[in-house]
Write a protein of this length. Structure first.
Length: 231
């Protein structure tokens, strides 16, 4: 497999080290903890072993890396947008790996360019199909939900480095180099968890905003997001 932008030494351990619990990933990706586990480690159904979605990455029981988080978020949006089972999304990921020779194709800057191939495979859903054999991938485009994730990412060395889970217009960022990768208010280091906990403890939005020198509307936006993900 190519190491063009994907060798662990070149992309930095901060993107590949296990740091997010399955519960945290589930909240951020809006899927179940069981789904996170299945996508990382595979599972058995009716005596048949189902391969994991993400392979060849640094993972350990109970934790995953930032790049795995991004790949899971993208895969979840593919599944939601296309209404396809896990097996079809996994096959699309496998084909993307084969086509691009990238270890993390769903977290790579080239995902949008590969989109036509990937979506074609997902919508056809034919066992054994290969994106390399597609005749007219250009007729397919990525679903809006997946494009939203792509456009909410900042890339370094062509791989996801920061994720703005509410889009770049909302000042919330997930950066594995800041505050252990938890969602924080940009430029402050204040976590969305702290803002939610303060409000639940009885502090007013105005007091929180003044205490952290954050605009009140930002505090409100952060609180709504924290409520949605259970931060």
């Amino acid at each position: 497999m190519s190491n063009n932008g994907n060798g662990h030494n070149s992309i930095g351990v901060w993107r590949t080290q296990p740091m997010y619990t399955f519960s945290e990933v589930a909240h951020l990706a809006h899927i179940s903890v069981g789904t996170v586990r299945n996508w990382l480690f595979g599972y058995t159904v009716k005596g048949r072993e189902v391969s994991p979605l993400i392979k060849g990455t640094e993972s350990q029981e109970g934790l995953c890396s930032f790049l795995q988080l991004v790949e899971i978020v993208v895969a979840a949006q593919f599944r939601k947008a296309e209404h396809k089972p896990f097996a079809v999304v996994r096959r699309a990921h496998e084909n993307a790996v084969q086509l691009s020779q990238l270890e993390y194709p769903f977290a790579h800057l080239r995902l949008e360019a590969l989109g036509g191939h990937i979506v074609h495979i997902i919508r056809r859903g034919q066992p054994g199909s290969s994106v390399q054999a597609l005749d007219e991938p250009s007729q397919w485009t990525l679903p809006g939900l997946v494009l939203d994730v792509i456009h909410s990412l900042d890339y370094e060395q062509d791989l996801a480095a920061k994720w703005y889970p509410q889009g770049k217009s909302v000042p919330i960022v997930i950066d594995p180099r800041i505050s252990s990768g938890i969602p924080v208010v940009i430029g402050t280091g204040v976590s969305v968890h702290v803002i939610r906990a303060r409000f639940q403890a009885g502090q007013s939005m105005d007091f929180i905003a003044q205490d952290f020198a954050i605009k009140r509307d930002v505090v409100e936006e952060v609180f709504r997001y924290a409520e949605r993900i259970g931060a």
